[in-house]
Design a protein around this ligand. Structure first.
Ligand code: CMX
Length: 136
């Protein structure tokens, strides 16, 4: 069973311009930014209970988030569930014939191991599974 919602990813054109809404209007704690080069995004995290809101800004025109923004404009991009057995889950999902974006885990923000399920597998919601780094 997934342990919790790790974060909700929101695609934005500019983290700088979007930050005041989350930090100042909603009053959430800003945790910092990080470039996730493997995913071609810059991310910013805001703490909400035991979860996060993750703002996603593309770092180049070939970023999946750039494509999303072009097609849909800013908005909710994905939901990430925290798990502690990512490899095993991917194996089980493959065996169930679930359409995956990532067959094997990749590196996400904070050195987490992540894998995406295709939005067509879940009725249109891009789904991420994420396993925290061992020393997290
Ligand atoms: N949520 C829901 N549906 C989405 C979606 C999203 N975020 N992104 C794409 N789709 C849908 C599209 O609307 C399209 O549907 P239709 O065929 O009905 O029009 C379909 O999926 C294919 O989309 P596309 O625009 O043609 O884009 P691609 O197939 O090239 O890529 C996807 C889609 C999901 C495979 C790609 O975006 C991907 O690999 N995503 C995972 C990686 C990622 O998003 N990284 C950024 C975040 C990293 C992080 O959080 O660290």
């Amino acid at each position: 069973m997934p342990k919790k919602i790790s974060h909700i990813g929101i695609a934005v054109g500019s983290i700088e311009e979007s930050t005041p809404f989350y930090r100042d209007v909603l009053g959430m704690e800003f945790e910092g930014t990080e470039v996730v080069s493997e995913q071609k995004v810059k991310v910013a995290f805001f703490v909400i209970g035991d979860s996060r809101i993750e703002l996603l800004e593309p770092t180049g025109p070939d970023s999946p988030v750039a494509k999303f923004l072009e097609k849909n404009g800013p908005g909710i991009h994905h939901i990430a569930y925290e798990v502690d057995d990512l490899q095993l889950r991917l194996k089980n999902l493959r065996e169930q014939g679930v359409r995956l974006v990532d067959e094997t885990p990749r590196t996400g923000a904070h050195q987490t191991r992540i894998a995406f399920l295709h939005p067509k597998a879940s009725g249109g919601v891009l789904t991420e599974l994420c396993q925290p780094a061992a020393d997290h």
